[in-house]
Write a protein that binds this ligand. Structure first.
Ligand code: DNO
Length: 398
């Protein structure tokens, strides 16, 4: 695998050089300052390449070129946004990029209720608390129709949780959920969020799935012609939120999108952290079955705190939690071997240690939530260790 590391650009408190010291071979980045829907200016793309080179690495993967809400709902300027997305692909290809990640989650990108929850030994981890989330939906956002989405027992728990919550916690919850986490396209105030939810009122799961297929039918031929692999990130968490449909949460969802636009360029960002929050997802099996179309991998582990879906979960250490990381990596290595035998130019699959708990000096650095230096370094080191052992010529799988 190619070991990559997410860098948010010059604002990131963890530098490219830090990433190189941590063992990364390449960088994952995006032009987060360009408004969603616009074409990425070539000079800005070139500048980002140069910033990364100055730190001693190269820009391998783009995460993400955001897909606008207009494209997802097929309203307003969506056709020009689509043309801009295609043009951005052409420009990225001209600059040497071969892998572009995106997601198709309506309104909210990845969602957590706690950004710095205290885990073992005082480490800080991200967490999703189902009851807090429902309390937010029912009592802070006050989304019309929300009551029908939850069973009575959950509503009762949420009501008493909300009653006990301090004003500070209430404000923090709204910020964590509405304002967008690092890498999300946009952040919203509660009234803006409610308004945006309205724009999805007629959009069922099936309709959103059709819109994804329409999007892919337009962008995949361009990706293919310029030698880029595009790869859809799963929903995080992998279930419907705030009454919005989510359509990339399971193997079945992925098979639907891959079969609908059956080109090798149309692929998957396999994020074990996102998919792992859904107990019915068999991650190693999914890697095995989706393998030829996996273009990018996020390795992260979650610990599900209760049975069933949806559930509360927290982001565990990379080798702890509910995902069998050894099994996942073994399947990925098997795929790399197959690709090599087939002569595929993309036989080395880019992966990044996704997120990390804040530990040691991370607790003082104040990096982007989920993206500390040492917590990720530790994750990368552990994951690399598994890879090295499994591919050892004498003691490994080979
Ligand atoms: C969180 C990330 C997401 C991801 C986007 C991809 O850490 O995995 O922000 O980058 O959903 O488009």
């Amino acid at each position: 695998m190619r070991h990559t590391w997410r860098w948010f650009g010059p604002i990131d408190k963890v530098s490219v050089q830090d990433a190189a010291q941590a063992g990364a071979q390449g960088i994952v980045s995006a032009l987060h300052h360009i408004p969603t829907g616009e074409v990425w200016p070539m000079d800005q793309i070139v500048k980002r390449h140069e910033e990364i080179k100055a730190g001693g690495l190269i820009w391998d993967v783009v995460e993400s070129v955001p897909v606008s809400e207009s494209i997802k709902t097929q309203t307003g300027d969506w056709r020009s946004h689509l043309a801009n997305w295609q043009e951005t692909l052409r420009r990225l290809s001209a600059s040497g990029i071969r892998t572009v990640c995106y997601n198709f989650m309506p309104v909210l990108d990845w969602t957590r209720t706690d950004l710095r929850w205290t885990a073992r030994h005082g480490a800080k981890a991200m967490r999703f608390d189902l009851i807090d989330f429902v309390a937010f939906d029912l009592h802070l956002l006050k989304r019309p129709g929300a009551t029908e989405d939850y069973a009575e027992a959950i509503r009762e728990k949420a009501a008493s949780r909300f009653a006990e919550m301090s004003d500070e916690r209430r404000a923090g919850l709204s910020k964590n959920i509405g304002a967008g986490l690092p890498g999300s396209a946009d952040g919203y105030t509660l009234p803006q969020l409610l308004e945006l939810l309205q724009t999805y009122s007629g959009i069922t799961r099936e309709k959103l799935q059709r819109h994804l297929v329409d999007f892919l039918s337009e962008v995949t031929p361009v990706a293919e012609s310029v030698g880029i692999n595009i790869c859809a990130h799963p929903d995080d968490p992998p279930w419907a939120l705030l009454g919005l449909p989510r359509i990339l949460s399971s193997e079945e969802d992925y098979l639907h999108m891959l079969n609908a636009v059956d080109s090798p360029a149309n692929g998957v960002t396999f994020c074990t952290g996102s998919l792992g929050a859904r107990a019915s997802n068999d991650l190693a099996g999914m890697v095995k079955r989706l393998a030829p179309r996996i273009h990018f991998v996020h390795l992260r582990n979650v610990h599900r705190e209760e049975e069933g879906t949806p559930c509360s979960f927290f982001e565990d250490e990379h080798l702890e939690g509910d995902t069998d990381m050894v099994a996942v990596i073994a399947e990925l290595l098997a795929e790399e071997k197959r690709r090599k035998a087939q002569g595929r130019p993309d036989h080395q699959i880019p992966m990044r240690p996704d997120h990390g708990q804040e530990i040691l000096d991370d607790l003082k650095r104040g990096a982007q939530p989920g993206y500390p230096a040492i917590g990720r370094l530790k994750g990368l080191a552990e994951l690399r260790g598994i890879e090295r052992a499994l591919s050892h010529s004498k003691y490994g799988l080979a």
